[in-house]
Design a protein around this ligand. Structure first.
Ligand code: PGA
Length: 250
């Protein structure tokens, strides 16, 4: 059975104290059992937050990116092995902000995925179309190319270490979430692609998260959809009350 997951992508927000306070409030709040909760802080808070979560089995941390290189003269970069040594479980890769602002290509992501998996970490792989691709009805082809060019070379064992996050770019940080029907349609399409490449059994065991203006108000109707297994939450994950409400939306 695939996991229900709520992941908070903090992006470039929260100082050390603010991060600690937010996590304390979430950990001491009332969370539904059997939901995997992930915090994705900045690199400098990774170790601290992982430590705070270490006694809480359903909580873990994710880095927001990693280097495509193993180690060496790459000033400012953070390697997958460093992330692993901070006791993180996941690395978010392919977020549209990184694809757009840092020109990350599907090939770059393929290299990063290889680093992540070879350091015993798991991947939260983001995909999503622009507003123009949505209007021009090229979004299915686009998502298929993002997945096939970065992920579908993986073995069956490796793909089981991947969580997919569908995040339409037009919904990120805009307050304009995809309707549950639109999101479900894409999630079912993604699961279908997984099934053609890896078989039904594996496709049914991979969690597919929705991201893009998911909040305490709309999470429940989104999470009710058959192929939506949770959310990758940006803005609404920065407030403990909202985040707890989202966790309890299943
Ligand atoms: P948002 O961001 O929830 O603020 O729209 C989601 C994301 O970028 O992962």
């Amino acid at each position: 059975m695939r996991n229900n997951i709520v992941a908070g992508n903090w992006k470039m927000n929260l100082t050390r104290d603010q991060a600690k306070m937010l996590v304390e409030k979430v950990l001491s709040g009332n969370c539904r059992k059997n939901i995997e909760v992930i915090f994705a802080p900045s690199f400098i808070n990774l170790y601290k937050i992982a430590k705070m979560c270490s006694d809480h089995t359903s909580f873990s941390v994710a880095a927001q990116d990693c280097s495509a290189n193993k180690k060496g003269a790459f000033t400012g970069e953070v390697s997958a092995s460093m992330i692993s040594s901070c006791n993180a479980k996941y690395v978010i890769l392919g977020h549209s902000e990184r694809r757009l602002n840092f020109n990350e290509s599907n090939d770059d992501l393929k290299a990063k995925i290889s680093q992540v998996l070879s350091n015993n970490l798991e991947v939260i792989f983001c995909c999503g179309e622009s507003i123009n691709q949505r209007k021009e009805s090229t979004y299915f082809d686009w998502i298929e190319s993002q997945l096939s060019e970065s992920l579908f070379h993986l073995s069956k064992k490796e793909i089981m270490k991947v969580v997919i996050a569908y995040e339409p770019i037009w919904a990120i940080g805009t307050g304009m979430n995809a309707s549950p029907e639109i999101a479900q349609e894409m999630h079912a399409f993604i699961r279908g692609l997984l099934s053609s490449c890896y078989g039904t059994k594996i496709s049914e065991n991979i969690s597919i998260l929705y991201g893009g203006s998911c909040n305490a108000e709309n999470a429940q109707t989104l999470f009710k959809q058959k192929d939506i297994d949770g959310g990758l939450i940006g803005g609404a994950s920065l407030n403990s009350k909202n985040f707890l409400k989202i966790i309890n939306s299943f």
